[in-house]
Design a protein around this ligand. Structure first.
Ligand code: TYM
Length: 333
């Protein structure tokens, strides 16, 4: 039987190699399995949990759609839409926020990281954003949610919320309990400047990540400057545990090559970082450059991108509006 897939990506600009290897590459594989029904959402409501410039947000929404398509998602096969165009998302988020418990949200590590020291000044939206994420998933009777490792805790919360709604209202199985789809390997791509920190679009230094819009020269430069350590490459994966930068670069290489970490370690054991970096750069350019060129072409075709969003939103709205109506009836409205 096919899976019902839902996942989302924030349109905050600078989609990077972490987003690609941790999530979007899997969206493409899931999209290519004929039996699956896939919904891929540009989560613009999530983006405004921190300040956004309206014109930049509009551009970034289109660029995210362009990235989905450039990476290989087929809009004829999968629904692609932006979250704010389907009102049921905001509404379900409210309904579910009356089910979710403060104690559960207080445990979310991503909020703690993002809010930093000054929690008092973080938006309420940043705090409650995992509830909106649960709404996204549950409106589509999703069975599987492909994401990177950093979203695992939010998915566990989503499952708890669904379970509590079903229990509270005595509607067994009304909200479907989704399974996370997190790759066993390469689901957490790290910064090129610090192998212990996640590659992230909010990191100040652009040298810390490969953006999907970086041209060949930028990729060459960023890999040249990527942090390493003074030793030659190790001969087994155990040694990598204490060498986070070497591990991250080898993981990126393996993931791009669809190969195992063991194979890559075998390929480069005892070699100098400069030799390995040459091969890594070559592979990155080979895999990322065609995507970059396609994104650059597609972002100029606003009409095409808007048409995809319009068609996607009609289909998404059709599904989500029915589910929210049933939720309202269950609640007593
Ligand atoms: P976002 O926009 O931060 O990231 C999009 C996807 O990319 C993955 N990712 C990574 N994977 C590996 N290594 C990294 N360094 C890395 N950085 C990001 C994320 O895990 C994610 O899968 N809240 C979500 C978006 C969302 C969503 C949803 C996801 C909203 N509603 C419903 C699934 C289902 C987010 O902010 O992702």
């Amino acid at each position: 039987m096919g899976k019902k897939i839902f996942s989302g990506v924030q349109p905050t600009g600078n989609l990077h190699l972490g987003n690609y290897l941790g999530a979007i590459k899997n969206f493409v594989d899931l999209n290519n399995e004929p039996a699956n029904e896939c919904v891929f959402c540009v989560v613009d409501l999530h983006a405004i949990t921190v300040n956004q410039d309206p014109q930049e947000l509009r551009n970034n929404i289109r660029e995210t759609v362009a990235t989905f398509i450039a990476c290989g998602i087929n809009p004829e096969k999968s629904i692609i839409f932006n979250q704010s165009a389907v009102p049921a998302h905001s509404e379900a988020a409210w309904l579910l926020s009356c089910v979710a418990r403060m104690g559960w949200l207080n445990r979310m590590t991503q909020f703690k990281e993002k809010a930093g020291k000054d929690k008092e000044k973080a938006s309420i939206g940043l705090y409650s954003y995992p509830i909106l994420m649960a709404a996204d998933i549950l409106l589509y009777d999703t069975t599987h949610v492909p994401v990177g490792q950093d979203q695992k805790q939010h998915l566990e919360l989503c499952r708890d919320i669904a379970q509590k709604f079903n229990n509270d209202y005595g509607v067994d199985d009304f909200l479907k309990i989704p399974e996370p789809l997190i790759q066993k390997q390469f689901s957490r791509i790290m910064s090129l400047k610090d192998g212990t920190k996640k590659m992230s679009k909010s990191e100040l230094s652009d040298l810390s990540r490969i953006n999907l819009t970086d041209d060949k020269d930028l990729i060459v430069n960023k890999i040249k400057k990527a942090k390493t350590d003074p030793l030659p490459l190790p001969s087994n994966t155990d040694e990598l545990m204490k060498r986070p930068e070497a591990r991250n670069l080898l993981e990126i290489y393996s993931s791009l090559k669809n190969s195992s970490l063991d194979n890559s370690v075998g390929e480069f054991k005892g070699k100098k970082f400069s030799d390995f970096k040459d091969k890594l750069t070559q592979l990155l350019v080979e895999k990322i450059n065609p995507i970059t060129l396609e994104i650059k072409k597609l972002v100029n075709d606003k009409g095409f991108l808007d048409k995809i969003l319009l068609e996607g939103h009609k289909k998404a709205n059709n599904i989500a509006s029915k589910k929210i109506k049933k939720m309202q009836e269950i609640i007593g409205f």
